[in-house]
Design a protein around this ligand. Structure first.
Ligand SMILES: Cc1cc2nc3c(=O)[nH]c(=O)nc-3n(C[C@H](O)[C@H](O)[C@H](O)COP(=O)(O)O)c2cc1C
Length: 218
C-alpha cells in the first residue's frame, strides 16, 4: 500500500448518517474490524473494554428511545456495537490479576512490583481513585483507541461507520443491566459504533488547518 492509499483511508472515512439496509458486511470483514479493536494498545496493557454486538432486533428497538444519535444506524447499519469500559479496574481487582496471569502469562508473585507501580500511578500520578467516575472515564479513554482503529480498519475494507455518543448513558446502562447484558458494577457504556454501507454521497471533509492544531515547540 502506498502512502497515498493509506491517507485516502483517513480522507474517505466519514460518520455515515444513512446506511443502505440491504447491504450486509461479511463475517470475515467484520472480524477484521474487531481484530483491529482487540489488538489496540491500552494503558499498562489492561484492555479495559468489552464489545457487545447487538444482532437482536428487539433490543435495537428498545434502545431507540434512549439513543437519539443512533437512530440512523439502528435503521440501516449492518452491524451495531456497544462499547463497555471497566469501572473497577484497580491493582487489587480480580480482573487485573486475570490479565497479568492468564493473558500476559506472568505469575502473580512476579508481578507485585508492577502492580504496586500501577497502584501508585492510579492513586498519585493520575488521581484515578478519588471517585468511581474518574476510574470509568480513564478506562473509557482507553476504549476510544479501539474505536478509532475499528473505523480505520472498516474504511480500509470499504466499509462505512458511525461513532455514537448520542444516547442517555444512564438509561442505556440501566436497560442493558436489566436484560443481564452488562454488569453495571463492573462496566459502564462508553460509546456505540455502527458499520455498514452508506446510502448517500460522503460529505466534504471539513477540518481546521494543520497550523491551528499543531504547535511546534523549537
Ligand atoms: C465520540 C464521537 C461521538 C459521536 N456521536 C455521534 C452520534 O451520536 N451520532 C452521529 O450521527 N454522529 C456522531 N459522531 C460523528 C461526528 O459528528 C463526526 O465524526 C464529526 O462531525 C466529523 O465528521 P466526519 O466523521 O464525517 O469527518 C460522533 C463522533 C465521535 C468521534
Amino acid at each position: 500500500m502506498t502512502l497515498t492509499n493509506f491517507m485516502d483511508v483517513f480522507i474517505n472515512r466519514y460518520a455515515c448518517k444513512h446506511f443502505d439496509a440491504t447491504k450486509k458486511i461479511n463475517s470475515e470483514d467484520f472480524m477484521t474490524i474487531m481484530e483491529a479493536a482487540r489488538l489496540s494498545p491500552s494503558s499498562f496493557g489492561f484492555e479495559p473494554w468489552k464489545f457487545l454486538l447487538i444482532e437482536n432486533e428487539q433490543i435495537k428497538k428498545n434502545l431507540r428511545p434512549f439513543a437519539w444519535g443512533a437512530l440512523n444506524s439502528l435503521d440501516g447499519a449492518s452491524h451495531f456495537v456497544i462499547a463497555l469500559s471497566r469501572k473497577a479496574l484497580t491493582a487489587e481487582s480480580d480482573y487485573a490479576k486475570h490479565i497479568i496471569e492468564d493473558v500476559k502469562g506472568i505469575p502473580l508473585e512476579q508481578a507485585q512490583k508492577q502492580l504496586a507501580f500501577f497502584q501508585q500511578f492510579q492513586a498519585n500520578d493520575f488521581k484515578l481513585l478519588d471517585n468511581h467516575r474518574t476510574l470509568f472515564d480513564w478506562s473509557s479513554k482507553q476504549s476510544y483507541i479501539p474505536l478509532a482503529n475499528m473505523m480505520t480498519a472498516a474504511q480500509f475494507l470499504g466499509i462505512d461507520s458511525c461513532p455514537i455518543e448520542g444516547f442517555n448513558q444512564q438509561q442505556v446502562e440501566n436497560y442493558l443491566t436489566s436484560q443481564s447484558l452488562m454488569d453495571d458494577k463492573q462496566f459502564g457504556v462508553s460509546y456505540m459504533v455502527s458499520f455498514g454501507y452508506g446510502a448517500t454521497e460522503r460529505p466534504q471533509k471539513k477540518r481546521q488547518k494543520m497550523s491551528e492544531i499543531l504547535q511546534v515547540i523549537p
